[in-house]
Design a protein around this ligand. Structure first.
Ligand code: SAM
Length: 405
C-alpha cells in the first residue's frame, strides 16, 4: 500500500469513528460496573507472571482508546497510574474525555492525557509504558505490522501489552455482508463522491430485512450479534468498516513475530483448551495434544467456528515469572487479587466472575493476607496450615504473591 493510500485509509477510518464513536456504552456519573482484570495493572501482570508487579505507579497507554470505555476502567482500577490515551478520531476522543470526566476516577490528581494521534506516530510521546492496551485497533490499520512495531517500541522492558484482533473464521458471515454492502454502496459513492456511514447503516438494515429469514448471514446476525447491533454504532463498526484485516492462527503468529515480542498467552485461556472440544474422547484428545502448541490452537479454531477474535498478552522476552519453589513462596508476601468480589465471605467471585468456594484453611489464610506478613509467617498462625493452601489460592486466582529479587 502506498503512503497516499495509507493516509486515505486512516482518514476514512477516522471519519467512520467521528460519525459513530465506538463503543457506544452510556456515559455514567459514577464508576463503571465491576471490573475487568485485563485492565488492572496488578491483575494483568499477575496473569502474565503469576506474581505482583514491583512497579506500583505504572505508566499506562490506551492505544486507540475509542470512546474511552477501556480508559475509564484503566483509570478506576489503577488509581496510582499515569495514563495516556490516544486515538485518531477527534469525535471519539471527545466522548472518551467526557466519559472519564463524568465518572471521576480516583486518579490521585493525575489527569488522563488524551491525545489525537495515530499509532504510527507514537514516537511523538516521550518514554515507555509498563502496560499497553490496544483493543480492536490494529486490524483497522492500513499496515498492522507497522502499527504493532510502533507499539512494541513503546513497551518498557518488563511491561505487558494486551491486544485484541479479529479472527477470520468466526467473522465469515460478517465479512460477506461487508463485501455485499461495499458493492451496493459503491454506486452511491460514485454518484456523491463521498461515503455516508449513516446512509450505509440504513442500507445495511434494509438488506438484512429483505433477505429470507433462513439466510445464513441473517441467522448468524440473529443468533450472535443482533443484541449489540441494535446500536447503529455497533452495526456500522461491524458491517461498514472500510478497513478490516482478519487473522487466522498462522497470520496471527506472523504478526506477533514481526513485533519482536514474546507471546505470553491468550487472555481468555479457557477458549483455547482442547478438552472443551474433544474431552469426551480421551484417545482423540491425547492425539490432538501431541500436536505443537500452535497446531493445537489451529485445530481449536478449525473446530470451533464461533471464535471471532483473539485476545492475548505480549512482552519483551524473557518476562520474569513467579518463582514457585517452596522456599521462594514461603518468603513471599501475599495480597488479595485486586479483582475479586465478595470478600469477606468463603464464597466469592474470582477475577472472571466465576464462583469460588474457599476451604476453612484457605479462608483463614485470606483473612491474614491484609497484614504484609510473609507466607511462612501467616502459615505459622494457622493450625494445619501448609503450602498446598497457598498453591490452591494461586490457582483459584484469589491471591497474588510479591517476591523480592
Ligand atoms: C473498534 S474501535 C476500538 C475502541 C476501543 N479500543 C475499544 O475497544 O473499546 C477502534 C478505534 O481505533 C481507532 N483508530 C483507528 N486507526 C487508528 C490509528 N491509526 N491510530 C490510533 N487510533 C486509531 C479508531 O478511531 C477507533 O476509535
Amino acid at each position: 500500500m502506498s503512503e497516499l493510500d495509507r493516509q486515505a485509509v486512516t482518514s476514512i477510518v477516522s471519519k467512520l469513528y467521528d460519525t459513530f464513536p465506538f463503543p457506544p456504552d452510556p456515559l455514567l456519573d459514577e464508576a463503571p460496573p465491576g471490573y475487568n482484570w485485563r485492565w488492572s495493572w496488578q491483575g494483568a501482570y499477575g496473569f502474565c507472571t503469576g506474581g505482583l508487579a514491583p512497579i506500583k505507579t505504572p505508566r499506562i497507554l490506551d492505544a486507540g482508546c475509542g470512546s474511552g470505555v477501556s480508559t475509564e476502567y484503566l483509570a478506576h482500577l489503577n488509581p496510582d497510574a499515569d495514563i495516556v490515551a490516544i486515538d485518531i478520531s477527534a469525535g471519539t476522543l471527545e466522548v472518551a474525555k467526557e466519559r472519564c470526566r463524568r465518572s471521576s476516577p480516583p486518579t490521585n490528581n493525575r489527569a488522563i492525557a488524551f491525545q489525537q494521534l495515530s499509532l504510527y506516530d507514537l514516537d511523538q510521546i516521550d518514554g515507555q509504558f509498563d502496560m499497553i492496551n490496544s483493543v480492536g485497533v490494529l486490524h483497522h490499520l492500513p499496515d498492522p505490522i507497522k502499527g504493532i512495531q510502533a507499539i512494541a517500541s513503546k513497551l518498557a522492558p518488563s511491561g505487558i501489552f494486551h491486544i485484541f484482533v479479529y479472527a477470520k473464521i468466526g467473522r465469515w458471515e460478517i465479512n460477506l455482508m461487508q463485501q455485499a454492502l461495499s458493492l451496493l454502496q459503491k454506486q452511491e459513492i460514485d454518484q456523491n463522491q463521498k461515503i455516508d456511514f449513516r446512509q450505509g447503516v440504513k442500507l445495511g438494515r434494509e438488506v438484512f430485512a429483505a433477505l429470507p429469514s433462513t439466510n445464513r448471514i441473517v441467522q448468524r446476525e440473529k443468533t450472535r450479534w443482533s443484541m449489540e447491533n441494535t446500536r447503529d454504532e455497533c452495526f456500522a463498526d461491524m458491517y461498514l468498516h472500510p478497513r478490516e484485516v482478519d487473522y487466522e492462527i498462522e497470520s496471527l503468529f506472523e504478526l506477533i513475530a514481526a513485533s519482536g515480542l514474546e507471546f505470553i498467552g491468550f487472555s481468555n485461556p479457557q477458549v483455547w483448551q482442547l478438552e472443551r472440544l474433544l474431552g469426551s474422547n480421551p484417545e482423540l484428545l491425547t492425539q490432538a495434544q501431541s500436536l505443537s502448541t500452535i497446531d493445537q490452537y489451529r485445530l481449536i479454531e478449525l473446530l470451533d467456528t464461533d471464535i471471532a477474535h483473539y485476545e492475548f498478552f505480549l512482552a519483551h522476552p524473557p518476562l520474569a515469572k513467579l518463582d514457585q519453589t517452596d522456599a521462594k513462596i514461603l518468603s513471599s508476601i501475599p495480597q488479595h487479587h485486586p479483582c475479586i468480589n465478595g470478600w469477606e465471605s468463603d464464597c466469592l467471585f474470582d477475577p472472571d466472575y466465576g464462583i469460588c468456594r474457599l476451604s476453612e484453611l484457605e479462608f483463614k489464610f485470606m483473612q491474614q493476607c491484609l497484614s504484609s506478613q510473609t507466607v511462612a509467617e501467616i502459615l505459622k498462625n494457622i493450625p494445619n496450615g501448609n503450602l498446598e493452601i497457598v498453591r490452591s489460592l494461586l490457582t483459584k486466582r484469589m491471591i497474588l504473591l510479591e517476591q523480592k529479587p
